[in-house]
Design a protein around this ligand. Structure first.
Ligand SMILES: [Ca+2]
Ligand SMILES: [Ca+2]
Length: 587
């Protein structure tokens, strides 16, 4: 797929003209550009009202790169009054699609939760999970119960969502590279930029991209950078987020596979004060942005919460919501991996996240599960602060709220903790929409993908569509949650490894050809692999046809959680290290 730049595929000629005017002021600051852009439009509009319909309008439209002032010079001064109503109509259409009437468009509050699996009230992934604010949001919106990430890891999942492209299309599977370092995607108009280009004020804090609000490379803000024509990811950002206050040393002691400092959890800080936590500060900044947002311009405000990502530190009051006994543990099947292919281990061969065996033997399983649940409830409370700010500021009625998690997280299921898997525990994510045009109190069991957010927000706000997005708009399901979606949800983890999730089934295909199939209705825990059952051949064939047609190898400079596989030699390489068929599975 060819790289895409804004302005190449707009269907309305007047819109092309106006966007090109905006680009003509690329040297100006973002705010001044928007202001100047509006003045230009008003100038043109007034010109038409004051004078006459230009007989050369066809020339003007077909030459979008001529500026407004030169157009004025080229316009005839003779009067042609009968054409005036048509002219106004044409301008009105042009103005609508170009974002001049952007103030009429709904706002967007875009909320990301890092590593949040389906353990939230509306999804029922854990029967004890307490998330009253997400429950309330779900009651006034639509919750997708069968939503999945497109990659089960932060950087590839977020890159996919924000670019509207599958990981198999970009080759971004690992924690590196940052997509702006790749020539193909350097200028790609990402989701927030598309809204900035259509008159939205974009603001963000916390973890939106893998590296925060500016991406993995901490790319300098374009206003200060060497190339002022490149848009920043967001117009306004704040450096809040992440863990926040940390204990002086790890609370749980040394962990296997490298003793990663992030592998920690428990009660912190001890004084029950949440205000020094990164996510509290993310919410505080975001709610101020909501309250102070200009009234004549729609906003796209993004808040990226870090928890329940490890280290899962929360204060005591959030732990008190959950019993300190084994009733909190998820149900796992002893020996569950005996019927999964050996290759299923290759896609998470060595991780900093401990295996179930280790957390059990070190008496950390219950502590981890409670810490994760406590962190989830804490983040839910921060989301509650944002929803309250929407109400208090009078924006609630005209704001689309979308809440999403970037991938799932295992807490002992399939003998592991962490991500990097193609089962529901690794791919199923929160995806909730609420606001104008969205069904209220609905639960949708149709498959959905994070990739769908980009086209869905375009359709919900009426900004100009794009023909280069790989997701599907969820508008049909937001209007009627029972509407069938034409294809399953597809998750990829490195070249050749894909999970295909339909309404009833999960099919997994690994790079070495090994397979899994689960009946998610009869076996929601994915315990019994049916792939070897001859009676399932048709079901497998139906799902196999959805394996990505484009399936690129890792992009240059890929690193961290990257697996390659050579079918000819049966050689798998995980993070630069060859895995042999006889190697013991790392614990
Ligand atoms: Ca994540
Ligand atoms: Ca099993």
């Amino acid at each position: 797929m060819a790289p895409f730049r804004e302005g190449q595929s707009h269907t309305h000629p007047l819109q092309i003209f106006f966007v090109s005017r905006e680009h003509a002021h690329g040297q100006l600051s973002e705010q001044r550009r928007i202001h100047r852009f509006r003045v230009d439009i008003i100038d043109v509009h007034e010109y038409f009202l004051q004078s006459s319909f230009p007989s050369k309008i066809g020339t003007m439209i077909s030459n979008p790169f001529s500026g407004a002032s030169s157009m004025k010079r080229s316009l005839p001064s003779s009067s042609s009054r009968p054409f005036l109503p048509f002219c106004i109509f044409l301008l009105t259409v042009g103005l609508r699609v170009s974002g001049v009437y952007a103030a009429d468009r709904p706002n967007i509050l875009f909320i990301a939760i890092d590593d949040q699996n389906d353990w939230i009230g509306p999804m029922g992934g854990h029967p004890m999970a307490k998330t009253p604010n997400l429950d309330k949001l779900a009651s006034r919106g639509t919750c997708f119960l069968n939503a999945h990430c497109n990659a089960p890891l932060c950087n590839p999942s977020r890159t996919s969502l924000l670019l509207g492209l599958r990981p198999t299309t970009t080759g971004i599977y690992g924690l590196a590279p940052w997509f702006r370092t790749l020539p193909e995607w350097k200028d790609r108009v990402a989701l927030p930029q598309h809204f900035a280009n259509h008159g939205y004020r974009t603001a963000a804090t916390g973890k939106i991209y893998h590296g925060g609000t500016g991406g993995g490379g901490n790319r300098p803000n374009a206003k200060k950078g060497s190339n002022p024509t490149v848009l920043p990811e967001f117009q306004v950002t704040a450096p809040f987020g992440g863990v926040g206050t940390k204990p002086p040393k790890k609370l749980i002691g040394e962990t296997p596979m490298g003793n990663n400092p992030l592998m920690d959890w428990g009660v912190w800080p001890l004084d029950n004060d949440d205000t020094q936590k990164g996510d509290y500060q993310v919410a505080s900044w975001t709610l101020e942005q909501i309250k102070s947002a200009p009234r004549d311009q729609p906003f796209f405000i993004a808040a990226g919460f870090f928890l329940p990502h490890v280290p899962c530190y929360a204060t005591q009051k959030w732990f008190d919501l959950y019993p300190d006994d084994d009733s909190v543990l998820p149900t796992v099947l002893e020996g569950d991996r005996s019927d999964t292919p050996r290759f299923s281990w290759y896609i998470h061969w060595e991780l900093p996240e401990p295996r179930l065996k280790w957390v059990k033997e070190n008496n950390q399983w219950r502590n981890l599960v409670r810490s994760y649940l406590a962190s989830t409830s804490f983040v839910d409370a921060q989301i509650g602060r944002l929803l309250a700010a929407l109400e208090e500021s009078g924006h609630a009625e005209n704001t689309i709220v979308v809440v999403w998690g970037d991938h799932g997280w295992h807490l002992g299921e399939k003998e592991i903790t962490g991500k990097n898997t193609l089962w529901d525990d690794g791919t199923r994510v929160p995806l909730l929409f609420a606001g104008p045009g969205i069904g209220q109190g609905k639960r949708c069991t149709q498959p959905a993908e994070l990739l769908d957010i980009y086209p869905t927000l375009i359709d919900l706000t009426g900004v100009s569509p794009r023909n280069d997005l790989e997701g599907l708009s969820l508008i049909p399901q937001l209007k009627d949650a029972t509407t069938k979606r034409e294809r399953p949800a597809i998750t990829s983890h490195n070249q050749g490894n894909h999970g295909i999730r339909s309404e009833r089934w999960r099919y997994i295909h690994y790079a070495d050809g090994s397979e899994e199939l689960y009946d998610m209705v009869a076996d929601p825990n994915e315990w019994k692999n049916l792939a070897g059952d001859p009676s399932m051949a048709t079901i497998i064939a139906e799902h196999k046809k959805w394996l990505p047609k484009i399936d690129l190898p890792p992009a240059p400079n890929s690193a961290n959680r990257v697996l390659t596989y050579d079918q000819k030699t049966d050689e798998a390489v995980w993070e630069g290290k060859t895995i042999r068929r006889s190697d013991p599975i790392p614990q």
